[in-house]
Design a protein around this ligand. Structure first.
Ligand SMILES: Cc1cc2nc3c(=O)[nH]c(=O)nc-3n(C[C@H](O)[C@H](O)[C@H](O)COP(=O)(O)OP(=O)(O)OC[C@H]3O[C@@H](n4cnc5c(N)ncnc54)[C@H](O)[C@@H]3O)c2cc1C
Length: 1387
C-alpha cells in the first residue's frame, strides 16, 4: 500500500484546523497528510515514511523511518507495536497508549481490581501491611512471596491507568485537606475536609505543608518517578544508625533489588527532544554546572511489554501528567509492580480502610490488633461512628507500617495514646527534604511544561522530570548539597497557573532587558491569557518548573490535636540556605530571560514551603535505643527508650528516614524497606521466593494464592469454615462484577440495651422487653455500625430471601470480647415470616468475632406485621426496633434449619435485648443509600428497583386492609408434617349415620400403650390435632407419650354428612359409637373394656357434654376429661354476642334468607358474586389492629365462630391455607349454637331446646376428673364458659382432697353418685381450670408453639389421671428431642 505524502505547507495557525494527523517538517512547519490510507489510528499514532529518504513502501510491515529532525530521525524496527515489544518505541499519543480497558469489550471499559471488597477480609492474617506506597508494597510482596498470609490495608481507592483525573473538576473531587491551616495572616485552625480517601492529600502544617497521595499505590501514583540514590555523605551522617552509616555501600544491594522491580531508566537519547530538558541543560551551563547536568533515571516506561512483575505496560505518551496520575500506562507505580506482585502471590488488599491505631492482641493471642475505620459504603456519613466504632483485623505475627511518614507517625502517636508502649521520639525529627518549588516564568525559550492528556506527538511535553543538576558532591558540609530538577504542571492546574504566577507576590522580574525583550515578554503574557496555557509562544508555554531537594534541619514534628495530625515545621527551613538556593534559581531564570516566581503557595501562606517528600517521624535511632529514635536500623519499633523492640512491629516507609536526603527519596525508601523485610525474613526463617512472574492476567486469578498453613488443627478447622464463607461471598461479588450487575447498599447504626443472661430463653417480645429494661438499668449498652450491600439488585428484589451482605462492628462492653467484627453476615429485607401470618421481617444474622477470638452469633429481627396497618407511627416503630438474641454459635453442621430466619436462634443464649434506630441516625442512613452500577443509567435503574421494592412491600403492610383479598392457594405449601393415621374406621351411630374414626398407634415402645380419644370441634376434622403445617402436632406429641390416639370426624365436622342439618346434640351419638368401638377393639391388658381418657375441643366438647349429661354416654366409660375452651356452658364472647343481639332477626335466619342453609368457610376467586361481595364486606369486621388480615377464609371463620386464633400463634402456612382445615356449618347447627351460647348452657335439639345442664344431669359427671382450659384471648367463647362449669362442678361435688393448689383446683372424691366410675379414686380427683396466656381459641391446638405452651400441661393431666400421680414421663431421645435441640421447633 503506497504511502503518499504531499508537500503542502501549512502554518501553525492552519495546523489547529487540521483534522488528520500532522507531520512536523524539518523547518518547523507542518506537512499535512492527504491520503487517509496512511493513517491507521488503531495501529499507529502517526504515519511514518518507509525509508530515510521519506519515500513510500508497499507494506506497513516494513521498517519505517521518519526524517523530520528533532530526534525523530531514526529507523523504527519492524513490529514495534507488538504487545511484547522490548525495543524502545516512539512516544505515543494517549489515544493509543492509554490502558483504557484491559477487557476485551471496550464498551464495558473495565479496569482490573486487585483489591478486594472489605466483605472478603479474613479475621486474622500472619502479616498486616498498612499503606501501599513503596514501604507497604515491598512488605506485602515480600511477605506473600515468603508464604505468609498477608492483608494490606490502604486508605485510598484503587484506580488504574485510565481512571486518574485529568481536568480541574475531577481533580478537585479527589482533594483531601487536613492539618492546621496557618497562613501568617490568620489564626491557626485545625481543618479536615474533602474526600478522606481522595488521591490528593494536602496536609497543612505550621511553617510547611505537605502533599501526599492516597490510593492503592500510595504516592507513587502521583510522583515524578525520579529514582535517585542517596549519596554516601548523607547516609554517613551521625543521625543514621551505625549499621548503615558505618557500612558504606550497605544499601547498594537493596537499591539494586528496588531497581530490579521498578526498572528505572533515563529518558531515551533517541526520543524527541524535550524543550524543558534542553532548557535545564542550558541553565546548568549558565550556572557553570554543565558537568552536573544529566538525564535522571526514572521509573517511567519507554517501551511496551510486561514489566518486571508481569504487568503489561505501554511506553510513555509524554503527557507531563505524572502528578495527577498517568493514564498512559507507562508509570511503574507500586500498583503495577510490588502490589501486582503481592496480589499474584496471594495478598488480600483492601481499600478505603484507614488504620487508626495498633494494640497488642489480648494475652490469649499472639500479635497485634489493627483497628481501622472503613470509609467504604458511605460510612463517613456517620461521623461519630466512623472513628468511634472501629473495625479490626488480627495480625498474628507482624504488622508492617507503610502509611508514609505522616500516616505512620499518626498511627504510632495514636497507638501510644491508646496504651502501646513506644519511644517518646514518635513524631519528632521530621523533614520536608529541603524541598523548594518555584518557576522560571516567561523565559525566552519555548518550554512546553504544561501537561495535557493528549499532547501532540510533535510537541511532546515529556515525563514530569527528566533532567537533574546534581550538585551534591564536593561540599565541605554535605548539608550544602542539593539537586535541581525541571518539571511539568498537570492539566488540572494549568488554567490557573498564569493568574497565580502573576497575581501573587514573590516574583522577581528580570533586570536590564531591552524594550524589544520587554515587548516580546508582554506579548507572550497576553498570548497566554488569551489563547490559554497551551499556546506555545505564550508566557505559560515558556515557563520552566523547578524542584530543589536539599537538606533542612530535620526538626519538624507531628502531633495530634483534636485527634488530628498537625505538622510543625517552624524554623526547619535553614532560611539562609533556602535564600541561597532561591538565588541560584533566580540566576538560572534571569539567564534565560524569565521572571523568577517563588511557589505561589509559599506567597499565599506567608513564606511557607510545600514539601512532596515528608520524611521521618518514626526515625531509626542512631544508637540502637529508643532514646534517639523510634525504630532500630531494621525498622523494628522500640517499646520505650531502651533497646527492646515490639516483636513483629516494623516501620518500612519514609517515616524511618532520619535526615533529609537532598535527593528524591523513593529509591532510598524502597531500598530500606527491602532491607527491613529481608532482615525480618531471615530472623524468622522465611524464604522470600525469587521466581519471576509470568505475564499477569489481572482479570483472572493470582498464580500463587495458597499459603502454607502451619497453624494448629483447631485454627485450620476455623480457617476452612471461614474459607467456605469467603468463597461464597467472593463468588457473589465476582459474578456481579463480571455480569456488570447493579447493586444497592446502605449503612445503618442501631443502638440499645442488651442484657447478658443465659436464662432469657423465651423468644417472645415480653422477654426482649424485660431484657432491655434490665439492661438499661444496668447500663448494658449495645450498638452496631453495619453496612448492608447487595451486589446484585435482583437478589434483594426478586429472590424470596431478599438477601444482602452485612459488614461492620457490634459493640457491647458487657459481653466479653467486645468490640466484635461482623463479616459476611446475612441481611434479609422483608423476609416472609413463616412463623406469623401476614408478617414480614427484616433480619440480621451473623457470626461475630471478639478481639479475644471469641465467636458469638447475633440474630436480630424487626417485625412488620398487621399491627402497622394504617399506622405510619407503628410502621416506623416496627422497622426501627430490632429484637436481638446473642448465642454461642453451633457448629456449622447443626445449623441447617428449614426457616432461614430461625437458624440464628439456635445455640445457648448469651444475651437478649432490643436495639433501635435513632432519628438522627436514620437521617445519616438515608444519606448512605447508594446504588452501584457501571453507568449512570444502571445506577438509576438499581435505585429505582430498590426503592420500588421497598415502597411496595412497605405499603402492602401499611395499607394491608386495603390490599386485594387473599384467596386459597392453588398448591399446597408448607405441608411439612404429614401425619397419616394408622387406620381409619367407619363408625355407624345408632341412628345409622356413618362417620369416621382415625387411629394412630403409639410411638413410644417404652411406655404401656393407653387409649386417648381426642374430639375435634364443629366444621373441622382430625387435622386440627394432626396439623400438617406445623412441625410437631398434638397427635405426634401424644403418640410419643405412649398414647393410642383416636380422633373422630363426627357429623358436624368436616364431612359431607354435616350438610344434613346435624347439631352438637346429634353428634353425641357418633362419640358414643366411637367409644364403643374403642372399648370393644382396644380393651385393657386384662381383655376388659377400659374407661377412656377424652380430650374434647369446643363444639366437640359441647357434644360430648350433652352425651354425658343425658346419659347417652355412660360416665363410667370416661377415665377423665380435658375440655378445651368449653364444656357444658358455652357462652359467646362479647363480639359474637353483639353479632347475635344487634341484628333485628337472627343472623342464621337472615343468612338462610339470602344465601341458603349452608355456610362454607372456604371461598375462592370463582365463588358466586354474592359470596364475593360478602367476602369484601367481611373486611369491615372490626378487630384489634394486630389481628387484621386479608385472608377471605379467615374472615369467614371469624364471621361464623368469632376470631378463632391469635394470628401471631399460627404460622404462615396454616393461615394461608386455612380453608383446607375448615368445612362449613348448617344454619340449623348455627341456630342451636347461638341459642346455647346466649343461654350459657348446653341444650337438646329444637323445637324444645331443652337445657341439659340440670343438677340431675350434672350428677352423672361425678367421679370424672375434669380439666378445663381456655385461651386468655379467646374471641369465640368467653373464658366465663369454663369458669361457670368449674364453679358448677365445685358446687356440685365440693372441694376434694389435695385441692387448693395455685391453679384453682377443686376436687371431689369417691363415686357418691353411683356412676360406677372409680377411675378418679386412685388418681385423687381434681377439677382444674387453666387459662393459657397469649392464646385464643383453636391456636391452642394449631399454634406453631402449642407443642411447648399447651400440649405439655394437657399431657401431664392425662398422665396423672391415666397412669397415676406418681408417674413421671421420661423424655425419649428421639426425633422430637432432636428437633428441639436443633432449634427447628423453636418457632
Ligand atoms: C507530586 C509528587 C512528586 C514526587 N516525585 C518524586 C520523585 O520523582 N522521586 C521520588 O523519589 N519521590 C517523589 N515523590 C515522593 C515519593 O513519592 C514519596 O516519598 C514516597 O512515595 C513515599 O513512600 P512511602 O511508602 O513512605 O509512602 P506513600 O507512598 O505516601 O504511601 C503511603 C500510603 O499509605 C496510605 N495511608 C496513609 N495513612 C494511612 C492509614 N492511616 N491507613 C491506611 N493507609 C494509610 C496512603 O494512602 C498511601 O497510599 C513525590 C511526591 C509527590 C507528592
Amino acid at each position: 500500500m503506497p504511502s503518499v505524502i504531499s508537500d503542502v505547507t501549512v502554518t501553525a495557525a492552519d495546523a489547529a484546523s487540521v483534522v488528520g494527523p500532522e507531520v512536523p517538517s524539518k523547518n518547523g512547519r507542518f506537512r499535512k497528510l492527504t491520503n487517509s490510507a496512511t493513517w491507521h489510528p488503531g495501529t499507529h499514532d502517526h504515519p511514518r515514511s518507509s525509508s530515510p529518504s521519506g519515500s513510500s513502501t508497499d507494506s506497513m510491515n516494513q521498517s519505517f523511518n521518519v526524517n523530520v529532525g528533532d530526534g525523530w530521525d531514526r529507523p523504527i524496527p519492524n513490529g514495534v507495536f507488538g504487545a511484547y515489544e522490548t525495543e524502545a518505541g516512539g512516544p505515543r499519543s494517549r489515544a493509543y497508549a492509554r490502558i483504557q480497558t484491559w477487557g476485551d469489550d471496550p464498551k464495558t471499559a473495565q479496569f482490573p481490581r486487585i483489591s478486594k471488597s472489605v466483605e472478603l477480609m479474613r479475621h486474622s492474617y500472619d502479616c498486616v501491611v498498612i499503606g501501599s506506597g513503596y514501604g507497604g508494597g515491598v512488605a506485602a510482596s515480600r511477605m506473600a512471596r515468603a508464604g505468609e498470609s498477608v492483608c494490606l490495608l490502604e486508605r485510598g481507592k484503587e484506580r488504574w491507568p485510565g481512571e486518574y483525573p485529568e481536568d480541574t473538576g475531577d481533580a478537585m473531587k479527589q482533594v483531601h485537606y487536613s492539618g492546621e491551616f496557618t497562613p501568617r495572616w490568620l489564626p491557626g485552625k485545625v481543618v479536615d475536609g474533602g474526600d478522606p480517601t481522595g488521591m490528593f492529600h494536602l496536609i497543612f502544617g505550621n511553617g510547611q505543608s505537605a502533599v501526599v497521595c492516597n490510593g492503592l499505590g500510595g504516592t507513587s501514583l502521583i510522583n515524578a518517578n525520579v529514582y535517585l540514590e542517596a549519596d554516601d555523605e548523607t547516609l554517613q551522617q551521625e543521625a543514621w544508625p551505625k549499621e548503615i552509616r558505618d557500612r558504606k555501600g550497605c544499601l547498594k544491594r537493596y537499591y539494586e533489588k528496588a531497581a530490579e522491580v521498578l526498572e528505572p531508566e533515563t529518558y531515551p537519547e533517541d526520543w524527541p527532544k524535550l524543550p524543558k530538558l534542553e532548557l535545564l541543560k542550558k541553565q546548568a551551563a549558565c550556572l557553570s554546572m554543565e558537568d552536573k547536568f544529566r538525564r535522571v533515571r526514572q521509573t517511567t516506561r519507554f517501551r511496551n511489554g510486561p514489566n518486571s512483575c508481569g504487568v503489561e505496560m505501554s511506553p510513555s505518551a509524554l503527557t507531563g501528567q505524572d502528578c495527577t496520575g498517568l493514564n498512559d500506562g507507562s508509570k511503574n507505580t507500586t500498583l503495577v509492580t510490588y502490589l501486582a506482585d503481592a496480589w499474584n502471590w496471594g495478598t488480600d488488599m483492601f481499600c478505603e480502610v484507614e488504620v487508626r491505631y495498633i494494640a497488642k492482641a489480648p494475652s490469649n493471642q499472639p500479635g497485634y490488633i489493627v483497628y481501622f475505620a472503613w470509609h467504604g459504603r458511605n460510612r463517613g456519613h456517620f461521623k461519630a461512628n466512623l472513628h468511634g466504632d472501629l473495625m479490626w483485623v488480627h495480625a498474628r505475627k507482624a504488622v508492617f507500617l507503610g502509611a508514609g511518614a505522616i500516616g505512620t507517625t499518626e498511627i504510632l502517636l495514636r497507638s501510644r495514646d491508646m496504651g502501646l508502649e513506644l519511644s517518646d521520639k514518635v513524631g519528632q525529627n521530621m523533614s520536608g527534604n529541603g524541598d523548594i518549588f518555584s518557576f522560571g516564568y516567561n523565559v525566552d525559550d519555548e518550554v512546553n511544561s504544561m501537561g495535557r492528556p493528549f499532547p501532540s506527538p510533535y510537541h511532546p511535553i515529556g515525563p514530569c522530570i527528566t533532567g537533574i543538576i546534581d550538585n551534591r558532591e564536593g561540599h565541605d558540609n554535605p548539608l550544602d548539597g542539593y539537586v535541581i530538577e525541571e518539571g511539568t504542571v498537570p492539566a488540572a492546574l494549568a488554567p490557573f497557573l498564569q493568574a497565580m504566577l502573576e497575581l501573587l507576590p514573590g516574583s522577581i522580574e528580570p533586570t536590564g532587558e531591552g524594550l524589544v525583550d520587554k515587548l516580546k515578554a508582554n506579548l507572550a503574557r497576553v498570548g497566554s491569557a488569551v489563547l490559554g496555557p497551551y499556546f506555545r509562544k505564550g508566557a505559560i508555554g515558556k515557563t520552566q518548573v523547578y524542584l530543589i531537594m536539599s537538606h533542612d534541619t530535620n526538626q519538624a514534628y507531628l502531633s495530634l490535636k483534636n485527634d488530628k495530625p498537625v505538622l510543625e515545621f517552624i524554623g526547619v527551613g535553614r532560611s539562609d540556605h533556602v535564600g541561597y538556593l532561591k538565588q541560584v534559581l533566580e540566576k538560572a531564570t534571569k539567564a534565560v530571560g524569565g521572571t523568577f516566581v517563588r511557589n505561589p503557595f509559599d506567597a499565599l501562606m506567608g513564606e511557607q514551603q510545600v514539601t512532596v517528600h515528608p520524611i521521618g517521624g518514626a526515625c531509626m535511632a542512631r544508637d540502637g535505643t529508643g532514646s534517639t529514635g523510634v525504630t532500630n536500623h531494621q525498622g523494628q519499633v522500640f517499646t520505650g527508650s531502651g533497646t527492646e523492640v515490639h516483636s513483629g512491629l516494623i516501620v518500612t516507609d519514609a517515616a524511618v528516614i532520619p535526615t533529609a536526603l537532598g535527593a528524591n527519596p523513593l529509591a532510598t525508601i524502597t531500598a530500606l524497606a527491602e532491607r527491613s523485610v529481608d532482615l525480618y525474613a531471615k530472623e524468622n526463617g522465611l524464604e522470600i521466593k525469587t521466581t519471576k512472574n509470568e505475564t499477569l492476567d489481572l482479570f483472572g486469578s493470582p498464580q500463587h494464592s495458597h499459603h502454607r498453613s502451619n497453624r494448629g488443627w483447631k485454627d485450620r478447622v476455623e480457617d476452612t469454615q471461614e474459607n467456605a464463607k469467603i468463597i461464597s461471598a467472593h463468588t457473589t461479588i465476582e459474578t456481579a462484577r463480571r455480569m456488570n450487575d447493579a447493586g444497592f447498599g446502605f449503612t445503618e447504626v442501631m443502638s440499645g440495651y442488651i442484657h447478658r443472661d443465659r436464662g432469657l430463653k423465651r423468644d417472645n417480645i415480653d422477654t426482649y422487653e424485660l431484657a432491655a429494661r434490665t439492661a438499661k438499668s444496668l447500663s448494658e449498652t449495645a450498638r452496631f455500625f453495619l453496612s448492608v450491600q447487595s451486589f446484585n439488585i435482583r437478589s434483594i428484589v426478586h429472590d424470596p430471601n431478599h438477601k444482602a451482605l452485612l459488614t461492620g462492628t457490634f459493640v457491647c462492653p458487657t459481653i466479653e470480647g467486645s468490640p466484635f467484627m461482623v463479616q459476611r453476615g446475612d441481611f434479609n429485607l422483608f423476609l416472609l415470616d413463616r412463623k406469623a401470618p401476614g408478617t414480614r421481617n427484616l433480619t440480621y444474622d451473623f457470626d461475630m468475632r471478639g478481639i479475644n477470638g471469641r465467636k458469638l452469633h447475633f440474630h436480630g429481627y424487626k417485625v412488620v406485621d398487621s399491627s402497622v396497618a394504617l399506622s405510619p407511627a407503628q410502621f416506623w416503630r416496627s422497622t426501627t426496633t430490632l429484637y436481638v438474641t446473642i448465642t454461642e454459635p453451633l457448629p456449622e453442621s447443626l445449623r441447617r434449619c428449614a426457616d432461614a430466619d430461625e437458624c440464628g436462634l439456635l445455640g445457648d443464649i448469651v444475651a437478649r435485648g432490643i436495639m433501635r434506630i435513632r432519628p438522627e441516625d436514620f437521617v445519616s442512613e438515608a444519606m448512605t443509600l447508594t446504588p452501584t452500577g457501571s453507568s449512570l443509567l444502571q445506577k438509576a435503574i438499581s435505585a429505582g428497583n430498590f426503592l420500588t421494592f421497598f415502597t411496595r412491600k412497605s405499603l402492602s403492610l401499611l395499607l394491608s386492609p386495603l390490599t386485594p383479598l387473599q384467596y386459597p392457594s392453588q398448591t399446597y405449601t408448607g405441608f411439612v408434617n404429614n401425619t397419616p393415621p394408622t387406620t381409619t374406621y367407619k363408625i355407624k351411630a345408632r341412628d345409622g349415620v356413618v362417620t369416621s374414626l382415625h387411629m394412630w398407634e403409639p410411638e413410644n415402645p417404652m411406655i404401656e400403650p393407653k387409649n386417648l380419644f381426642m374430639v375435634p370441634g364443629a366444621s373441622v376434622d382430625h387435622q386440627i390435632f394432626a396439623l400438617p403445617t406445623i412441625r410437631y402436632n398434638a397427635v405426634n406429641y401424644f403418640r410419643r407419650a405412649g398414647y393410642r390416639i383416636f380422633v373422630p370426624v363426627h357429623r358436624i365436622g368436616m364431612l359431607m354428612v354435616a350438610q344434613d342439618d346435624w347439631t352438637t346434640f346429634d353428634a353425641r351419638l357418633d362419640l358414643k359409637a366411637c367409644l364403643e368401638k374403642i372399648r370393644g377393639d382396644f380393651p385393657g391388658s386384662d381383655g376388659e373394656p377400659e374407661p377412656t381418657y377424652i380430650i374434647a375441643h369446643c363444639m366437640g366438647s359441647v357434644a360430648l357434654s350433652t352425651g354425658l349429661l343425658d346419659g347417652t354416654i355412660p360416665g363410667s366409660w370416661v377415665k377423665g376429661l380435658t375440655c378445651s375452651q368449653v364444656f357444658m356452658n358455652p357462652i359467646w364472647n362479647t363480639m359474637n354476642m353483639i353479632k347475635i343481639m344487634a341484628l333485628p332477626i337472627p343472623a342464621d335466619r337472615l343468612y338462610r334468607l339470602v344465601a341458603g342453609d349452608w355456610f362454607s368457610f372456604s371461598t375462592g376467586k370463582n365463588d358466586s358474586l354474592l359470596q364475593k361481595a360478602f367476602n369484601e364486606l367481611l373486611r369491615l369486621m372490626p378487630d384489634e389492629r394486630k389481628e387484621l388480615c386479608n385472608n377471605a377464609s379467615c374472615h369467614r371463620c371469624t364471621l361464623a365462630l368469632g376470631r378463632c386464633w391469635n394470628h401471631r400463634n399460627l404460622n404462615e402456612a396454616t393461615h394461608r391455607q386455612i380453608d383446607r382445615f375448615f368445612g362449613g356449618a348448617s344454619m340449623t347447627l348455627m341456630h342451636l349454637l347461638m341459642k346455647q351460647g346466649v343461654a350459657g348452657g348446653v341444650m337438646g335439639n329444637g323445637p324444645l331446646f331443652e337445657r341439659l345442664d340440670t343438677l340431675d344431669n350434672i350428677r352423672r359427671l361425678k367421679g370424672i376428673p375434669i380439666m378445663l382450659f381456655v385461651g386468655r384471648d379467646n374471641a369465640v367463647l368467653s373464658p366465663e364458659s369454663t369458669e361457670r362449669t368449674y364453679e358448677i362442678l365445685m358446687d356440685a361435688f365440693g372441694m376434694g382432697k389435695g385441692g387448693g393448689d395455685n391453679m384453682t383446683v377443686a376436687g371431689a372424691s369417691g363415686d357418691a353418685a353411683g356412676t360406677g366410675n372409680t377411675a378418679g379414686k386412685s388418681a385423687g380427683i381434681r377439677y382444674h381450670r387453666r387459662v393459657v396466656p397469649g392464646y385464643g381459641h383453636l391456636d391452642c391446638w394449631m399454634g406453631r408453639n402449642a407443642w411447648k405452651d399447651v400440649y405439655p400441661f394437657v399431657r401431664e393431666e392425662v398422665d396423672r389421671v391415666v397412669r397415676g400421680e406418681k408417674y413421671h414421663f421420661h423424655e425419649p431421645n428421639d426425633h422430637f428431642k432432636r428437633l428441639v435441640d436443633s432449634g427447628k421447633l423453636l418457632y
